[in-house]
Design a protein around this ligand. Structure first.
Ligand SMILES: Cc1cc2nc3c(=O)[nH]c(=O)nc-3n(C[C@H](O)[C@H](O)[C@H](O)COP(=O)(O)O)c2cc1C
Length: 186
């Protein structure tokens, strides 16, 4: 697939078939992720691949409860109804969650992990898989309980929880704002 085509076609996928994702394919996505640029080439990322259904369900429930509690402090939180819905799965029933995190809190670790995440999402798209970055899971995964669930030490922090799976259907396109560009020329 041509790169620009993949960049334009990739969409966040929120409906997955239960079909498992091949381990070798997952490994190839991580190999693509680690080709990302990183500050001073420190490559501070680490990857946790969660395929265990019970753990995926636990992460979804705990993250939702965490977000529900956090949403109570905002008078009109836009996602409160979602967090109150017992049927809402934060991970959209995807068969795999890859959490890209960092072992060393370097100055640019978050940027580095986000670039790795974009590589992973584009490589997945090229392979016919769907992905979605799940910010709703990020806060709970960063708690001591969340880190323990992922087997991460206290000094690690999760940056990019990315769900992966076979899409049930092609998502609709999303609107894109015209870029705000200031040209500074001679
Ligand atoms: C940092 C970040 C956090 C996100 N968190 C969520 C999330 O928790 N749940 C969700 O459904 N989508 C989440 N998304 C996906 C965005 O909603 C999506 O990228 C955006 O609507 C544009 O759509 P597209 O990815 O199809 O181009 C997140 C995306 C990013 C970059």
């Amino acid at each position: 697939m041509e790169l620009l085509h993949a960049i334009k076609e990739r969409r966040s996928v929120r409906e997955y078939s239960p079909e498992p994702v091949d381990d070798a394919l997952l490994r190839s996505l991580i190999d693509a992720a680690v080709q990302a640029p990183s500050a001073i080439n420190q490559q501070p990322w680490c990857f946790v691949v969660v395929k265990k259904p019970e753990l995926l369900a636990e992460i979804s429930e705990k993250a939702k409860a965490y977000m529900r509690k956090a949403s109570l402090t905002a008078p009109a939180h836009p996602f409160r109804d979602m967090f109150n819905d017992p049927k809402f799965d934060v991970l959209y029933h995807a068969p795999v969650l890859v959490v890209i995190g960092t072992e060393q809190p370097t100055d640019w670790a978050v940027e580095d992990c986000a670039l790795a995440a974009q590589n992973l999402m584009l490589a997945a798209h090229e392979a016919g898989l769907g992905t979605c970055w799940i910010g709703f899971a990020q806060h709970w995964l960063s708690t001591p309980e969340g880190k323990a669930a992922l087997g991460l030490s206290a000094s690690c922090f999760p940056v990019a929880p990315i769900i992966i799976g076979h899409p049930r259907r092609k998502p609709a396109s999303v609107p894109h704002k015209a870029p705000n560009i200031k040209w500074i020329e001679a």
